[in-house]
Design a protein around this ligand. Structure first.
Ligand code: SAH
Length: 347
């Protein structure tokens, strides 16, 4: 069965030609899937019954089923838990900002990167998400709220660069003409720092923002928090970031989760600033979200403010991530995890 929503326009034309259909039929179907966000072939009313039947016999129309939606009373943030065709679950988050609606999507079921403070990695990696499954998280949310999604961040469960080919295909379908057409400038992909992939991605010359999860000013501390730091040093990672900026002209965002007593001191800020010097970048500070299974404690508000000031004194651009949806299941990956634990215990 062909995963039809993962085909780009040219591939869909070829596929439809194989079914004896003309190019304009492929255009109609592409529009149904990626612009009108139809939830099944049956919604594609300008395609004949016979054609819809043929499509059903030869391909699968991926459409995610929302099994739970949690809405924050504080800021309108919504967390969606989607069921995939094979019974796995992924979560996505809708954040409403003045400048538009932003959706944070997952790129894998689970994750194998093992970051110590992260809930998404606790059960390991189950599988990669298909391009269609990444797209449909956005499509279902846009359909559900009846408002346009203008920003997408790939910062949910999973390491997007560990699912590289599917990620690229997703980006092209998401941002090119003829579909939901989200601007590449409104897309952010976050990575824990798979260095060879960052070099590869730079060659794609995309206009999206690359966010790199750094979380520590030196290798020793980074290794305590992120196993990937055993594979690539911060020097190697920053060299890849310099290259990314040189090739794309896009400023890198560094994510830095502040853990009390671990990486939030004045010395840590100064050391970090020293390493980032000369790189066109921006640091996003995130007070770590406590995860039930982990013992990390978030830095105090004061420590976060001081860390920001200390970086700024060294000439670094810094923002503190605004916290959204605090009342609906804290850190990423927790909704899925809790839901699965609950259903397991009911078995
Ligand atoms: N694998 C990618 C994207 C998913 S994680 C990456 O590592 O960047 C998205 C961001 O949330 C990363 O910066 C990650 O380090 C951070 N994160 C994960 N768990 C967190 C927690 N409990 N508190 C704060 N930030 C967390």
């Amino acid at each position: 069965m062909t995963d039809i929503k993962s085909l780009n326009y040219d591939e869909l034309v070829t596929y439809m030609a194989g079914l004896g259909e003309k190019k304009f039929r492929a255009s109609q179907l592409y529009q149904w899937m990626h612009e009108k966000l139809a939830d099944s072939f049956d919604e594609c009313t300008n395609l004949s019954n016979a054609l819809r039947q043929k499509l059903k016999e030869t391909s699968e129309y991926v459409c995610l089923e929302p099994v739970r939606v949690q809405r924050s009373k504080l800021d309108g943030t919504e967390k969606y838990l989607f069921r995939l065709t094979d019974g796995n679950y992924v979560e996505s988050v809708l954040m409403k900002y003045h400048h538009g609606n932003s959706v944070c999507i997952s790129s894998q079921v689970g994750c194998r990167m093992g970051c110590r403070f992260c809930a998404s990695t606790i059960g390991g990696l189950t599988r990669n998400l298909l391009p269609s499954e990444m797209l449909d998280q956005i499509y279902r949310i846009q359909t559900s709220i009846g408002e346009r999604i203008s920003n997408v961040v790939v910062m949910g469960t999973g390491e997007p660069l560990d699912n590289y080919d599917n990620l690229l295909r997703f980006i092209h379908i998401l941002t090119e003409d003829g579909g939901i057409h989200i601007s590449q400038r409104n897309l952010t992909v976050s990575t824990c720092g798979l260095v060879p992939r960052i070099y590869e991605l730079a060659e794609e010359k995309l206009q999206m923002t690359l966010a790199v999860s750094l979380h520590a000013p030196n290798d020793e501390k980074r290794r305590e928090l992120m196993p990937i730091a055993n594979k690539y040093s911060i020097d190697e990672l920053l060299a890849a970031c310099h290259n990314y900026f040189d090739k794309t002209g896009r400023r890198i965002t560094f994510e830095y989760s502040l853990v009390a007593g671990v990486n939030d001191s004045k010395e840590n800020a100064q050391e970090l600033a020293g390493r980032l010097k000369g790189l066109n970048c921006h640091v996003n500070l995130i007070p770590v979200n406590p995860v039930r299974e982990r013992s990390f404690v978030r830095s105090t508000r004061e420590a976060v403010e001081n860390f920001k000031i200390n970086l700024e004194k060294c000439g670094i651009n810094v923002t503190i991530r605004r916290e959204m949806g605090r009342d609906i299941d804290g850190a990423c990956g927790q909704l899925r995890k809790r839901y699965m634990e609950k259903t397991e215990s009911e078995k």
